[in-house]
Design a binder for this molecule. Structure first.
Ligand SMILES: NC(=O)c1ccc[n+]([C@@H]2O[C@H](COP(=O)([O-])OP(=O)(O)OC[C@H]3O[C@@H](n4cnc5c(N)ncnc54)[C@H](OP(=O)(O)O)[C@@H]3O)[C@@H](O)[C@H]2O)c1
Length: 322
């Protein structure tokens, strides 16, 4: 008998989690949808049944129940400890626990082997990190990576419902106002305000999370930007290896790796929308430098970048139960 719940069930990731759980027939006997007080009275549909949205109380959670977290990190810091005390198993999408040494940070195609089945809490990496980790893992098996450089073009849905609604408002001609940021017809080159050292938090997340997942360290030169795209993160990646690579080797490694779809056509974020695989596009070796590889990585940030990855983690945890 499996009880499952989505915390933040009315949000972009929470709704996608319910969709992915259904698509993949994750076995759920009892289901709970949690959100804030402002969603009281709202119903969500899961597996063909209506579920009234519930407010979290100290009695909400129970031993062995699977909880999929899709709230802000500030909220996760409040409800996750309560859930763990109750004996629940949590896969959390927020950044609250990603760098906690005792909490595994998992992209199943890359490092599912760190899971032992004894975990009560597993962290889902940031959306821009997940797609990059999926693409880099097979390359790291081929040769030693010296450094990587990545520039991201991230969809507004990556920042949740409020920003997606704000872009739609701006597309309809509304002005962002004096304090607001113009997203429509613009590229916003700092995702969140720059920190004291000039990096924005999105860049730091990439630089901190990637070595934890890949289990190797190398310099990561990251620049992240928000673009007026609804769904789908795009990344321009350059990887420098310590030895020459043959293009055939690269293509074989990437095309046989799980979770990757190879393209050579100049794919766009719209091509990735609704897709589980990460698209690796226009792979090219530098003509004068056979140690340097360039490619694009594109993925649906709400699926592989969030909900799908979380459900895949739960599927692994479930295997230890049977
Ligand atoms: N969007 C992405 O592509 C993406 C990718 C990777 C990771 N993430 C992370 O996933 C998390 C969720 O993101 P999102 O995009 O889904 O945000 P969102 O669309 O803004 O949804 C936030 C959810 O949190 C709920 N919530 C707010 N206060 C609550 C409370 N007191 N108790 C319970 N639930 C509460 C909201 O409920 P109400 O509707 O009732 O306010 C809503 O369901 C964030 O930590 C985000 O950084 C997002």
């Amino acid at each position: 008998m499996i009880t499952a719940g989505v915390v933040g069930a009315t949000g972009l990731v929470g709704r996608m989690m319910m969709q992915v759980l259904q698509e993949r027939s994750f076995p759920v006997d009892r289901f709970h949808a949690y959100a804030s007080r402002s969603s009281e009275g709202v119903e969500v549909v899961f597996n063909g049944h209506n579920h009234a949205v519930e407010i979290i109380t100290p009695e909400s959670f129970s031993k062995g129940m699977f909880l999929f977290g899709a709230t802000s990190s500030e909220l996760a810091e409040i409800w996750v400890p309560v859930a763990l005390d109750a004996g629940a198993i949590v896969v959390d999408n927020s950044s609250a626990y990603r760098m906690a040494p005792e909490v595994p940070l998992v992209v199943p195609e890359v490092n599912a082997d760190v899971l032992t089945g004894r975990e009560q809490l597993v962290a889902n990496p940031n959306c821009s990190t997940i797609q990059l980790a999926v693409a880099l893992a097979p390359l790291a098996e081929l040769a030693t990576i010296e450094w990587i450089s990545v520039a991201t073009y991230q969809a507004v849905s990556g920042a949740g419902t409020p920003l997606l609604e704000e872009l739609v408002r701006q597309e309809q001609g509304f002005d962002p106002g004096k304090e607001g940021i113009r997203y429509h017809r613009n590229v916003v080159t700092s995702i969140g305000p720059p920190e004291a050292d000039g990096y924005c938090m999105e860049e730091l997340k990439l630089m901190r999370e990637l070595p934890r997942i890949l289990g190797i360290r190398f310099p990561i030169y990251a620049s992240t930007a928000r673009v007026p795209v609804h769904t789908g993160h795009t990344e321009a990646v350059t990887v420098r290896f310590t030895s020459d690579l043959h293009p055939k080797q690269v293509l074989t490694a990437l095309s046989t790796a799980p979770g990757i779809r190879i393209s050579a056509s100049g794919a766009c974020p719209m091509d990735a929308e609704g897709m589980d695989d990460v698209i690796v596009d226009r792979i090219r070796t530098h003509p004068e430098d056979r140690r340097t590889l360039m490619f694009w990585v594109i993925s649906d940030n709400t699926r592989k970048g969030a909900a799908l990855n979380a459900v895949q983690i739960a599927e692994y945890l479930l295997r230890f139960r049977t």
